[in-house]
Ligand binder design. Structure first.
Ligand SMILES: *Cc1c(COP(=O)(O)O)cnc(C)c1O
Length: 332
């Protein structure tokens, strides 16, 4: 798995720490929990999109782009990291923020990630919910090109084969840390949304012939839609890795029982997980992704699907920058 043949810009603080969660482990009565701190990638508060952007912006610069274009929900962590990556690389940035979450307060469109998008100099366009926001972003790219700019359009979440290379490389990093410390992990758990994180991990693990099950806790779509989407991207990413990497359909594990009423909508289990992680470990999760993923992990432990003698690696994908926008949902 030779990733150095793909253009890449260094944006992330790597390797991210891999740490034990001893108090949370004790509080749950097992399993042994470890956390991969991909919330600590460092770019304007960090998160999982930074790994993808290393390869996406690498390709943008190789093509001579002068502007990054992307889209996401209003409180998108991906958009925030893209805005910061553009700033770091001297590129302009225009973003579409989809009003995907209903019933939010008046500050939702100015605090948290939106505030950081603007601080980083991104031009922000709010957008009503649409069926195909990636197509809307492509149209914005075409408009900018007609004005003489050289846009590079990044799909939502940075989830295409180039972006997913970042998580193939993360798989290599994780396996290296486990080997170095003599740790054996029975399962990896993380939030899955636009699919690139799980797809990249699966492609990277397959390339190394490592068969640790990876459970994606869906934050948006039902498993019957999410799992095939993850698989499709994993296969395309494996093809980009070059070698004869195969990702079987059965390797894609998605649990959709922790979404609650919908994307970005609080659930009591998410609030409990957020409070537990913060009060037991000083670990800040977020309401949309990592909080629901931890709620899923806790739910799987309580129902006995994850046994007390297992070792589980939770990938903290970031997102705490959105906390100010959820002040009401998290109020006592
Ligand atoms: C985007 C995101 C995810 C989901 O990752 P995908 O690659 O989109 O599936 C998880 N957690 C956080 C905090 C995110 O911003």
């Amino acid at each position: 798995m030779l990733l150095s043949k793909h253009p890449r810009v260094r944006l992330a603080h790597l390797p991210t720490p891999l740490e034990p969660l001893e108090r949370l482990t004790a509080r749950l009565g097992g399993p042994r929990l470890l956390v991969k701190r991909d919330d600590c990638t460092g770019l304007a508060t960090g998160g999982n999109k930074t790994r993808k952007l290393e390869f996406l912006v690498g390709e943008a610069l190789a093509r001579g782009a002068d502007t990054l274009v992307t889209q996401g929900a209003v409180q998108s962590n991906h958009v925030r990291q893209t805005a910061a990556a553009a700033a770091r690389c001297g590129l302009r940035c225009e973003v579409l923020l989809e009003r995907r979450v209903a019933g939010v307060g008046p500050d939702y469109e100015r605090t948290g990630n939106v505030q950081i998008d603007r601080l980083c100099g991104a031009v922000v366009h709010f957008h009503e919910p649409a069926d195909d926001m990636n197509a809307e972003a492509e149209r914005l790219g075409e408009r900018l090109a007609a004005e003489g700019r050289r846009p590079y359009v990044i799909p939502g979440g940075g989830s295409n084969p180039v972006g997913a290379l970042g998580y193939a490389l993360a798989a290599l990093e994780i396996v290296g840390q486990l080997n170095e410390r003599g740790l054996v992990v029975d399962r990896i758990v993380h939030a899955t949304g636009s699919t690139g994180t799980q797809a990249g991990l699966l492609a990277g693990l397959a390339a190394m012939h490592v068969t640790i099950p990876v459970v994606g806790i869906s934050v948006r779509r039902p498993a019957r839609e999410q799992a095939p989407a993850v698989h499709e991207l994993a296969v395309r990413t494996a093809a980009l890795l070059g070698a004869e990497v195969t990702v079987p359909e059965a390797a894609v594990l998605v649990d959709d029982r922790f979404v609650g009423p919908g994307y970005g909508v609080a659930t009591p289990e998410m609030v409990e997980a957020l409070r537990l992680a913060a009060s037991e470990e000083g670990l800040l999760l977020d309401p949309v992704y990592s909080g629901k993923a931890m709620a899923g992990l806790i739910g799987l432990v309580r129902e006995g699907a994850i046994g007390p003698d297992e070792t589980v690696l939770f990938i903290h994908t970031g997102g705490a920058a959105a906390l100010p926008a959820y002040v009401d949902a998290l109020a006592d």
